[in-house]
Design a binder for this molecule. Structure first.
Ligand code: ATP
Ligand code: MG
Length: 254
């Protein structure tokens, strides 16, 4: 199907509960325009992860609805929904196999698109087919150095091998691969749970540049942020408090 064409999102009186009649989200309502970058903050237990689970219907709304590009997501088949909405957890799961397989497991897209996604996720420097001369560094299994210079050219071949659970990549690099996967699929809605402490500054910077750059102009993005620095440049910040919207405004107005 061609749904969704846009990342326009309406959340209408959304109530979510794990235990009947014990709401964890108490009737959230908000309108989000295609392409907006939303930072989500709030204390532990505020309901941030619950909201992200609701977007993929890992937990169903007890009341209210989430409407993506004009369609109530509860009316969409689960497989279709989860193919189109991307969630990037704190510690993304990668498969044992090539980088190509990790980005396009069903071989649905041409190499060009896979390279383009790697480029846009700042995992390779050059767009298009890579040659020895454009290759910056060789993929060296466990010996990946996460310095900026070497990050620029982690993948010099689409056949580069990813080990079980992405053990040969750092946490931040795994998030970048997951972002690249979202770019291949052209997800119109992406929910990211920002990686915490263990991500080095350069990788974190690269993730944030990827998210905020033109690369994601066509995607609405929610980023559950743990650092204030992260959300400074976002379009709006959603502050959740005990399952309610405490604030929803531009960073400048907060
Ligand atoms: P954190 O910043 O710690 O990740 P959060 O904002 O993501 O917190 P949630 O995980 O959404 O918070 O939890 C919101 C509320 O829902 C909490 O009170 C939590 O105890 C409850 N909750 C979360 N998962 C479950 C579950 N599987 N069963 C029952 N209650 C749950
Ligand atoms: Mg959480």
């Amino acid at each position: 199907s061609n749904w969704p064409r846009t990342g326009d999102l309406e959340i209408e009186d959304l109530v979510v509960e794990y235990v009947p009649n014990v709401p964890v989200l108490h009737g959230l309502s908000m309108s989000i325009k295609h392409g907006e970058k939303i930072g989500v903050v709030g204390r532990t237990g505020a309901g941030k992860s619950t909201l992200s689970l609701a977007f993929l219907r890992f937990i169903e709304a007890a009341k209210g609805r989430i409407v993506l590009d004009g369609v109530d997501i509860s009316k969409i088949g689960l497989e279709d929904l989860r193919r189109n909405v991307t969630i990037i957890p704190q510690d993304p799961v990668l498969f044992n196999g090539t980088i190509r397989f990790n980005l396009d497991p069903f071989s649905e897209y041409p190499d060009e698109i896979v390279w383009d996604a790697l480029h846009r996720a700042h995992l390779v420097r050059e767009r298009g087919s890579q040659t020895a001369s454009t290759a910056i560094s060789v993929f060296e299994g466990n010996a990946i150095d996460s310095s900026l210079e070497r990050m620029s050219g982690i993948f010099t071949s689409l056949e580069a091998e990813i080990k079980e659970n992405g053990q040969n990549l750092s946490l931040g690099q795994r998030q970048l691969v997951a972002l690249a996967r979202a770019l291949v699929r052209r997800s119109r809605l992406i929910i990211m749970d920002e990686a915490t402490a263990s991500v080095d500054f350069d990788t974190d910077d690269r993730i944030q540049r990827t998210i905020r750059g033109s690369e994601f102009a066509d995607s609405t993005l929610f980023c559950i942020a743990h650092r204030l620095r992260t959300i400074i440049d976002y379009d709006r910040v959603l502050v959740l408090d005990k399952g309610k919207v405490a604030e929803f405004d531009t960073p400048a107005n907060l």
